[in-house]
Design a protein around this ligand. Structure first.
Ligand SMILES: *[C@@H]1O[C@H](CO)[C@@H](O)[C@H](O)[C@H]1NC(C)=O
Ligand SMILES: *[C@@H]1O[C@H](CO)[C@@H](O)[C@H](O)[C@H]1NC(C)=O
Ligand SMILES: *[C@@H]1O[C@H](CO)[C@@H](O)[C@H](O)[C@H]1NC(C)=O
Ligand SMILES: *[C@@H]1O[C@H](CO)[C@@H](O)[C@H](O)[C@H]1NC(C)=O
Length: 484
């Protein structure tokens, strides 16, 4: 039983993540083996001498993917990580990690048999000190080199470098590693010099893996930050973006940064985030030269919440009612398991459907709407995690996903096994489990629970947002929101 779980986990250990530093040597890449020893246990690949795991040949997903991607063989991310490594660690029981040196999420102790839980809370309900600490922790992650993982900045064909012996991989900071993995998962398929790159791929959006991909990488970031801080109780926070209106409530200098008084698209110099610089901006270069984003930081974060004049539909945040509506959808995903799916919980929380589930190409709701509302770095898919609002927006999206899993007691059988867009088959669904029982974290959140009649909001929800809203903000119907 655990064997199949671990096989699945193994896939995820290297899925759209990059590689442990020890593995990206010329010899490592030539051998196709990435089986490091746990820290402090030299020459013990995958901790096999203590029963933690073993080095095995891996079988990546062979099931058919959907028709959106017709270029099989052209993209390094197909059947990941086989293009780079075909032997990796398979961890036993409660062990995990690329070297089986860690415990699975939610477990701790030398034998990984003690439960541990962290609580993800609403950023608006933190004390002044907690807010300051969270901002500082993020800033530290932006500046601290990832202790284990590196990014590769060339496609496999060029990975050994011009001389065949200088592997094109480099260090990156913990926060930028998160940004980079997101960029890598959404980047186009390079088709060769002078050819148009192919944009019909996205390994983390527009498919059932949307919720599980983001969950996996948020957990990785949370763990990296726990390690960085030496604090296993560190937890990410969430932003309840479903508050309606056109106010970015977390855009204040004690949190994610107020608007700059000198530049409506910039962040106030009183916020440390005004000093952050983005990575992965040079998309034209990646697409025409076949390069890959590297760790170089360039321009400041841009953000202009609620002021996209060309697109009134994205000038308001999602409404509490939208959450009530999307949680009522019974089906996790529907064919073609894509951004065109109708009556799909996944496509609705992602935000390509109206909150009630009906697909409409002009609609942007929930997660997508919250991104687009930011009108800047956080609203452009390849760049969005550069704005730290991304983290809080996605923990809340994950909270809605977890609430859906709990209310619908859904198991992986409802996750499509095949014919989802490339990268989105069930093989990649080991995060499709309720978080408190299986992954060691819970959300402290009060869900809107009654039909909201636009005049008064259910009282316990109002508690979370005391400064809620005025009657004049009311809308006639939810669909008015999403049409130009
Ligand atoms: C694994 O990868 C190595 C290095 O690319 C290659 O030489 C070897 O043939 C591969 N083995 C299998 C079973 O695919
Ligand atoms: C894994 O951890 C759980 C929870 O503490 C424990 O009940 C179980 O025995 C552990 N499994 C192994 C194989 O150690
Ligand atoms: C990358 O980071 C590691 C760990 O901090 C360090 O030992 C190594 O020297 C760094 N490599 C480069 C090229 O900076
Ligand atoms: C922000 O809004 C402006 C004005 O409508 C628009 O031209 C621009 O494309 C938007 N930027 C982003 C990144 O969404």
């Amino acid at each position: 039983m655990w064997k199949s779980v671990c096989l699945a986990l193994m896939c995820v250990v290297l899925t759209h993540a990059q590689f442990p530093r020890q593995c990206v040597t010329p010899e490592g890449l030539q051998s196709g083996t990435c089986c490091p020893s746990p820290t402090g246990l030299p020459n013990d690949e995958c901790g096999s001498s203590t029963g933690r795991g073993q080095c095995v040949s891996i079988a990546a997903d062979r099931r058919p993917h959907g028709p959106q991607y017709p270029h099989d063989g052209r993209d390094d991310r197909e059947r990941w990580p086989l293009r780079f490594f075909n032997r990796t660690c398979q961890c036993n029981g409660n062990f995990s990690g690329f070297n089986c040196g860690r415990c699975r999420h939610g477990l701790t102790g030398p034998n990984c048999d003690q439960r541990s839980t962290v609580v993800c809370r609403n950023v608006m309900q933190m004390s002044t000190d907690e807010k300051r600490a969270f901002v500082n922790d993020l800033d530290q992650a932006k500046r601290t080199v990832h202790p284990d993982l590196v990014i590769c900045t060339r496609h496999y064909q060029e990975i050994f470098g011009p001389d065949g012996a200088s592997v094109q991989c480099e260090n990156i900071t913990i926060y930028n590693y998160f940004v980079w993995t997101h960029y890598y998962s959404v980047s186009k398929t390079y088709m060769g010099p002078g050819q148009q790159s192919f944009g019909g791929v996205d390994f983390s959006h527009e498919g059932p893996g949307f919720v599980t991909w983001h969950r996996y990488h948020l957990l990785q970031l949370e763990r990296d930050m726990q390690d960085m801080l030496g604090d296993p109780s560190f937890a990410l926070l969430y932003w309840n973006f479903a508050i309606g209106g056109s106010e970015c409530d977390i855009c204040t200098d004690d949190l994610l940064g107020a608007r700059s008084s000198f530049d409506t698209n910039g962040i106030s110099s009183n916020s440390v985030f005004s000093q952050w610089r983005v990575i992965c901006e040079s998309v034209e270069e990646y697409e025409t030269l076949g390069t890959i984003c590297n760790s170089a930081e360039t321009n400041p974060i841009r953000r202009n919440p609620a002021v996209n004049v060309a697109r009134p539909m994205v000038q308001r945040l999602p409404e509490p009612q939208d959450i009530i509506d999307c949680l009522e959808l019974n089906t996790f995903d529907t064919p073609p398991y894509y951004s065109t799916s109708s009556q799909s919980f996944r496509n609705t929380i992602e935000g390509y459907s109206a909150p009630q589930g009906n697909y409409d190409p002009v609609v942007r709701s929930l997660h997508n709407l919250a991104h687009l509302f930011l009108n800047g770095t956080g609203g452009q898919t390849h760049l969005s995690p550069n704005d730290p609002i991304f983290i809080l927006l996605h923990t809340f999206t994950d909270a809605i996903f977890d609430e859906w899993l709990q209310r619908h007691t859904a198991g992986t059988v409802v996750y499509p096994e095949e014919n989802a867009p490339i990268g989105h088959n069930r093989e990649n669904a080991e995060m499709f489990v309720t978080a408190p029982e299986n992954l060691g974290y819970t959300y402290e959140v009060q869900w809107p629970s009654e039909a909201i009649n636009h005049e008064t909001y259910s009282s316990h929800f109002t508690l979370c947002h005391p400064i809620y809203k005025k009657k004049t903000d009311k809308i006639k119907s939810v669909s008015d929101l999403f049409h130009h």
